[in-house]
Design a protein around this ligand. Sequence first.
Ligand SMILES: *[C@@H]1O[C@H](CO)[C@@H](O)[C@H](O)[C@H]1NC(C)=O
Ligand SMILES: *[C@@H]1O[C@H](CO)[C@@H](O)[C@H](O)[C@H]1NC(C)=O
Length: 466
Amino acid sequence: MASVPCVICYLALLIACLGICWQVHGGGITHQHVTIRSLLPSDACSSYKDGDGVNHNETSLTVLDRHGPCSPFDLHHQLSHKQILDHDQSRVDSLHGRVSTAPKQDQQLDALAASSIPAHSGISLGTGNYVVIVGFGTPKRDQTVIFDTGSDVTWIQCQPCVVTCYQQQDPIFDPSHSSTYLNISCSSAYCTDLGASGCSSSTCVYGVQYGDNSYTVGFYAEDTLWLTPYDVIPNFRFGCGERNDGLFGKAAGLIGLGRDKPSFVSQTYQRYGGVFTYCLPPTSSSTGYLRFGGGYPSSDLRFTPMLSGASSPTFYYLTLTAISVGGQQLLVPPTVFSVAGTIIDSGTVITRLPPTAYSALRSAFRQEMTTYKSAPALSILDTCYDLSGLDKVTVPEVALHLGGGATIHLDITRILYIASLSQACLAFAANRADTDLGIIGNVQQRGLDVVYDVSKHVIGFGPGGC
Ligand SMILES: *[C@@H]1O[C@H](CO)[C@@H](O)[C@H](O)[C@H]1NC(C)=O
Ligand SMILES: *[C@@H]1O[C@H](CO)[C@@H](O)[C@H](O)[C@H]1NC(C)=O
């Protein structure tokens, strides 16, 4: 009985995957055989087409990779893989710093009001973030913004750029040309919710300094936010940044999808019920989606409890309980994972594990890969292979086992970071100590439907999202 759907599913997989097939053992997938050709991203962007499951309670935006052929930005200053991974480590360092020292009460409010840079303990943005296009103001002005589950305050660069604005692709938003723009007053509770705020002629001033010394400072404001021409949020609160500098690429700003009060998710809770889903592009030459509200995607979802971390109200915590390689569960005591806990993050590229778990993963993976020529390490990635000249590669499946019985099965595109065919690296890295926060990064999430449901306190994972 059970084997019939399994055979059908196996055939469907074979047909669907074009060049990718799986080795099935004892009911589970243990290894994946892939043609090398299928691993290479194309030079052209092929965009994801949303299915016809139109649900009027939900809104879908196209997710674009800042680095590939689908990037909305002109790519004169394309970062190298090493630079991307080095920046990823500064994001992780700042995430760790944020958790170990609770955000300080801002001591520089006076300095802020006096228009110098505030010191709000923000995180480093890194370079692994994805962008979406939304509209601000009346009439609507399109702005390409990073979306980030690791921060709360939404902001865009605004005219007049008093001291400095960095270069962005879209024209910089001018609030004086928007009939719906309003400043938020210092006495508003929304101003207090910011954590770091100041006051300038009774107008609320916000400031976020990210861990890599990127910063944005300006007026805290509200205006109409257009997700689509039909889905419009009046009086959305965001920072109108008149002094901004840092590693934002050419993006106009950021949309904060964290859990704390100022975030998009909290502000639109009535409207979308605290539910959003994304599918990050499976390759740099494809696109994904970011959806708010609505039903869950139709794919086969596995749910794990969404937990809260006392030290950071922004982050989405979950429980990682074990890891399997090639169908074999690694012998890592579950307490190794529970010491510091684990978050899921849209903006961290590479999954970070406790060193004890990472070394077990690495040795199991290396044992399965002994037939391949090794290649030099790449930044934080220490297990790399030279696949050039080969037609096919076989990798063991890696699975992440989560609390509540959910498992994320990773295929080769979520196991290897392929800088080039001569340098394909295991896309996991160790934290400095088992006491550092674990992070599920975005390489491991690509192509999956990832559902965040703040009202039901669950995070769901489904295959085949985009
Ligand atoms: C939209 O949401 C409402 C209430 O949450 C529900 O009753 C309705 O069926 C939903 N509509 C669609 C098209 O899903
Ligand atoms: C917002 O406040 C700033 C500073 O007080 C002021 O220059 C600007 O004109 C205000 N904008 C509106 C629409 O009130």
